[in-house]
Design a protein around this ligand. Sequence first.
Ligand SMILES: Nc1ncnc2c1ncn2[C@@H]1O[C@H](COP(=O)(O)OP(=O)(O)OP(=O)(O)O)[C@@H](O)[C@H]1O
Length: 306
Amino acid sequence: MISVTNLTKIYDKQPAVDDVSFTLEKGKCIALLGPNGAGKTTTIRMMAGLISPSNGNVELQDLKVKDIRAHIGYLPQHPHFHSWMTGKEFLMYVGRLAHLSTKDAAARSEELLKRVGISDAKNRRIGKYSGGMKQRLGIAQALIHNPKLLMLDEPVSALDPIGRRDVLDLMEELKHETTILYSTHILSDAEEASDEILLMHKGRIVESGPLENVKKKHQVDKVSVRFSEQTEVYLKELEALDFVTRSETHKQTIHLYVTDIEAARDKILSLASQHKWPLQHFEIGQTKLEDLFMKVVNSDAMDDSI
Ligand SMILES: Nc1ncnc2c1ncn2[C@@H]1O[C@H](COP(=O)(O)OP(=O)(O)OP(=O)(O)O)[C@@H](O)[C@H]1O
C-alpha cells in the first residue's frame, strides 16, 4: 500500500538513513525497531513529509497523489500540547487545521475522544492529563483526518507500565482501521504489538518481515555450559567439535551454536563425564529475536552473519 524506495538522508556528509526500501501492507501494524540513533525518527519524518529526503521517495500505491501528507497521521516522539486547552478544544483546533468544517471537526473530535477512551476527560485541561492520556490524545489528533497510515514515533517509550499497556492495547485495536507504523527501541514493545518488524541499524534496514518468520529465522539451537574453573581450556575442545558452528563466552558461560542438538548434548555430556570436567551448568535452548537485537545493538559494524 505504501512503498518507500531508496530513502536516504545525509547530514554532515554522514547518512542518517541509508538507501532504505520497504513496503507497508494495508491493515498491518509494523514496528520500526532499532537502537538510539538508528535513523527511525529521520525515516518517519521523511515519510511524514516534514523533512525532505536527500534521495528516494515515498508513494501511496493505490492513490496517484502528489502530496501524500493528507493521507498520513503523525504523532511525534515529543508531542507538544497547549496545556491550557481541553482535550476537546485541542482536537477541534487540529480538525480545523486539517480543513474540516467546524461542524465536522466537532463530530470527529467527539468520535475520536470516545475511540481513544478519554471521553470522560474531554472538558479537562490537557495540563491535568496523565502521560498515557496525553499519548491517547496525541493518537486522536493524528487520526483527525482519517489517514491511511498512522505513524507513531516512540509512542510508549516515555510511559509507565500502565500507560504503556493502555497505548499498546489501543494500537492493537486501531490496526483494524488503519495501517500503523511505530518506532521503538524496546524489543518487547515491538514483539507485543506488531505483525511485522523492520529492524534498523546505522541508517539501514538489517532485517524485516512478519514477526513469526523473523523469529524462526533467528532460532538456532544452542548449548550453554559453565565450568567451575579454566573455561579457556574446555572452550578450545568444545569449539573443535563438528556440530559447533560458532561460540560466544559471556560471564564465564560458553554458548555453543550447534547444527545437531541431540549429538551436541550426548557428546558434551559424555566428554564431561569421561574426563571429569568440572561442569557447573548445562543448558539446551534456542537463540531468540532478543539475541539478534542485542547483536545489532552491541555491534559497531554490522557483519554479514546477521
Ligand atoms: N537535524 C540533524 N542534523 C544532524 N544530524 C542529525 C539530525 N537529525 C538526526 N541526526 C543524526 O542522524 C542519526 C539518526 O537519528 P534519528 O533521530 O533518526 O535516530 P533514532 O533511531 O530515531 O534514534 P532515537 O531513538 O535516539 O531518536 C543520528 O546519528 C543523529 O545524530
